[in-house]
Every structure is written in C-alpha cells, then in structure tokens.
Design a protein. Structure first.
Length: 529
C-alpha cells in the first residue's frame, strides 16, 4: 500500500511537468506560435542567457570568497558573519529591485547627457548596459548564499585537511586553492550555481520591473497579452527541456562522489592578524551590505517618510494568507516527501529509486510560470471532462486555491525529497537489519528509527519550503483566487500601481518572516547534526 501511495503521489505531482512537455511533442499552438518564435523567442533567449550568466559569475565570486574566509580563518565576528551571510536569501529579488529604484534613477542625468552629446544609439546601448548591470547585481546580491552554503559545507570539512597537507608539502596558498580546494568543491559549486540559475529563471517581479524580457516574461505575455495558453504551454515546454539539460549537466559534474567526508571536522582555523581580520571582514561585509542592509535601509526610510502607507488591515490579512499558505504547503511537501523518499529507502526495486530521483528534480527545476501553465492546462482538461453541475466541478475544480496549493506542493516537493534522501544515505543498513531481526517490519522501522533520525533534516526542509513559498510570486500571481493577496502579491501590486513607497511595509513584513525562518535554521545547526 505504501509503494502504491508513493507512486500515486509522485505521478500526481509530476503531472503538470508531463503536461507541459507533452505540449512540445504535440506542437501545441494557439495560433501565434510563429509570431512568438520569430519576434520574441530570440530576444528572450539572448537576454536570459546574459542575465543567468552574469548572475552566476558574480554569485560565484561572492559565494566562494565569503565561504573561504568563514571556513579557513578565525577572526572576530566570524560566527556573526556566518549567519548574516545567509540572510540575504530572505530578501526576494523583486523587493531588492524596488529598493534600488532611487539609486538607479541617480544615473538618469548621465544617460540624458550621453543622448544629447553622442546620439540615440549610444544612449540606447548605455541604457541597456545600465539595466542589465543593475539586474545582475541585484540577483547576485540576494542569491549568492546558495553558493556560499554549498562551498562552506565543503571547505569546512575534509577539504581543509587536504589543504593543510598541501601546504605542508610546500605548495603555495593560491596553488593549493586552485589544485585542491576548487576540484574538491566543484560538485558543490555546480549545485549552488544551478540553484541560482533556477531562481533567476523563476523570477518575474525583478525582470518585469527593469524591463528585461526573460522567458518568464514572454510566457506571461503569451498567456495574458495574446490570450493563448497553448502557445505559452509550448514555450514553457522548451524552457523546461533547457532546464532539464542543465540538470543533466549538473548531475554529470557531480558524478558519484561521496560527500560524507565533507562532514568531518577539519584542523583548527588560522587566526588572523589585524590586516587579515580587516580583509576577511571587508570580504564578508560587502555582500551583506548589498543584499541585506541596503534594501532594509531603503525600505525603512520609505516606511517612515511615506505620506500614504498601505493599511495595517491589508498587510495583516496578506500576512495571514502567506502564513496559511506556507504552513499548508510545507506540511503537504513533508508528508509527500516522506512517502516518496521512504519507499526509495525501504524498497529494493530500481524503479522506486528512479521515481524518487525524478520527483526530487522535476518540480524545483520547473520555473513558477512553467508550473502554472501545466496546472492550468490540467485544470482545463478536468473541467472539460466533468459536467458543470457535478459535485467535483462545483466543489473542487472551481476552487483555484486548490490548484495554487497543488502547484506549490508540486514545485517544492523536491526540497523535502532531496533532504530526506541525502540524510538516508548516512544511515547504515545495519539499523534496518537490526530492526528486522527484532521482528519489526519495514514500515515500523521507518517510523520508529528513521523518522527520529530525520528530525533535523525535516526541520530544515520545513523552514526552507516555508520561506520559498512566502517569497513565491509567479505562481501566486497566476493561480491565486480573486481578492487573495499574499505579502508578495501585495508588494508587486502596489509597485505596479505606481505606489512604490507604499510597498515598504509589506516588503519589511515579508523579509522579517523569511529572515526569522532562515536564522532559526542557521542557529539550530541542523546541517551539522
């Protein structure tokens, strides 16, 4: 029964992805595919590649440098920086983009001067460089923690031992970094950069605000501007194929390396002198200022000086919706993840392990707009298959809140599944064998032995899913019921209406909610457990 439940849950949550990919196979076309392909697709591909490539390079620089300082050197404030460097993840990219409005507008006189002196062509080129540069900086400043966390876990363990061994053999610090540390951290680096790329592809608020036409923006335009879901579905299918190609590259880079050694305790960190302390503090302080302190300072200034703020009742109502949605989706993801990952551990069938592996990749690799296309397409098929007067049509298929919760669960199931499976690899098989010898079945073994050992991983997964759901914008914009506002959609709506200073209060509430969860995870130390 458990195996059947795992297959039903996994296939149900994978249905939106399959539906989108099937649109590519059947060449779904609402009538304007050729127009989209000839006029919009090339621009979307070029601008998406520029943004993703630039963000990954800058996030790599910020994440590796900060992880190196925190992992290898002991200096005053190291533990505080280790926590602060994670908190920029609490700032959604679209909120960071809104907070940089005044800084970006300060460059306007220079653009006007270039247009008057050098002509329109020079102005357009400089303006495009200005927009893309700011967008890359914004994304990298709030997404580099993915690279930081991955590298910190690698640099803090056995890698540090190998670095010390290399130094004792007379190899310099830089040669050791390039010949020992970077090859050891390459799987973690690729995994962290993959997460950064997925977040950039998923974003709609920041790219829409700065006028950059990424694939997500084109999907929105095809869907709402042209009114053709089938064209958006086909475009989303090609985006998904490209993302899966990135997944395969990431998996091939990771290979079959065992990371269990990364948990080993390394040698003592080098104590820094005065200059070393200043250097490490500066390296760690710059990304924290860019990704956390500056947006908070701007939002607090707007909140205190705005003549018209959003009413407290609407903010409290949006916060309640975000909390309700976050807790509900988190619970569903944890339960589904335990079922899917549990059968992969208890069953000896290769198909069960493959199912868990696909379920741990496909959802999170699907940008929010792609997942929304798949869910709405399935909803349309179901509504066509049932009579409008039937109980299912009136009570289930008419409830868009149900489809929003289903889409969020399908997208973030990967977090719980991956974390549970990763922790399962650290459990010796002797635990299961001993339990079986004492007369307990596999299901009893899972609940009496595995679940208590998985508690730290489940706690970490719960917080990360909750934070991601609270920050989610594209899915909520596309699938939310009428008059259902989350903190993210309320912030986006205010800015879209031109009330940019009024977005400060809901943005601060959203950042505070996400920062509390991330700080809880970091302080609880679930990773080390």
């Amino acid at each position: 029964m458990w195996r059947a439940s795992a297959w039903v849950v996994a296939l149900l949550l994978l249905a939106p992805v399959v539906f989108v990919l099937w649109g590519v196979v059947t060449k779904a076309d609402g009538g304007s595919w050729e127009h989209v392909r000839s006029t919009l697709l090339g621009t979307a591909l070029r601008e998406t590649a520029i943004v993703v490539g630039g963000v990954c390079l800058l996030a790599l620089l910020l994440g590796v440098s900060t992880a190196w300082c925190v992992s290898h050197y002991q200096f005053p404030g190291r533990r505080i920086f280790s926590i602060l460097l994670v908190l920029p993840l609490a700032v959604p990219p679209y909120v960071a983009a809104y907070a940089t409005t005044e800084a970006r507008e300060a460059f306007t006189p220079t653009l006007v001067s270039v247009r008057l002196e050098q002509g329109v062509d020079a102005y357009l080129k400089l303006e495009q460089i200005h927009r893309f540069g700011w967008l890359i900086l914004i994304f990298a400043a709030v997404l580099y923690p993915y690279v930081f966390l991955a590298c910190r876990a690698t640099f803090s363990g056995a890698t540090r031992k190998l670095s010390e061994a290399s130094r004792t053999l007379g190899v310099g610090r830089w040669r050791t970094f390039w010949r020992v540390d970077v090859p050891m951290a390459r799987p973690a680096l690729v995994a962290g950069l993959f997460l950064v790329a997925m977040e950039v592809l998923n974003d709609y608020g920041a790219v829409h605000h700065l006028g950059v036409n990424t694939f997500t923006v084109i999907i929105f335009r095809s869907w709402f501007g042209l009114g053709e879901l089938e064209t958006a579905r086909r475009l989303a299918g090609w985006v998904l194929i490209g993302v899966f190609a990135l997944v395969l590259i990431e998996r091939s880079q990771r290979g079959r390396r065992d990371r269990s050694s990364d948990r080993q305790i390394g040698p003592p960190r080098h104590r820094c002198g005065v200059m070393g302390t200043l250097a490490c503090s500066l390296v760690c302080l710059i990304p924290v200022i860019l990704g956390l302190f500056y947006p908070l300072q701007v939002l607090l200034h707007w909140w205190s000086s705005a003549t018209q703020n959003e009413s407290s009742a609407s903010i409290i109502n949006a916060a309640k919706h975000s909390l309700w949605l976050g807790f509900g989706v988190t619970t569903a993801c944890l339960l589904a993840g335990m079922i899917v990952a549990g059968i992969a551990r208890l069953s000896k069938r290769r198909m069960d392990g493959s199912l868990a592996q696909v379920a741990g990749i496909a959802g999170y690799a699907s940008p929010g707009a792609v997942m929304a296309v798949g869910v709405l397409g399935i909803a349309a098929l179901l509504r066509a298959g049932f009579s409008p007067e039937s109980w299912i049509a009136t009570n289930l298929l008419a409830d868009s809140m149900l489809f929003l919760g289903f889409a969020l669960t399908a997208r973030y199931l990967a977090i719980s599944t991956q974390m549970i499976r990763q922790n399962h690899r650290s459990f010796p098989q002797t635990y299961d064998d001993a339990s079986n010898m004492l007369g307990h079945g596999r299901v009893a073994t899972f609940f009496r032995i595995h679940v208590p050992l998985l508690r730290p991983a489940l706690t970490g997964a719960a917080v990360l899913i909750f934070v991601d759901v609270c920050k989610e914008l594209p899915l909520c914009l596309l699938l939310r019921p009428f008059d259902f506002e989350t903190l993210g959609t309320l912030t986006f709506g205010l800015v879209d209406q031109g009330q940019i200073m009024a977005c400060a209060a809901p943005s601060l509430a959203l950042i505070g909610l996400c920062a509390a969860g991330l700080a809880t995870v970091e302080l609880a130390g679930w990773r080390r457990q």
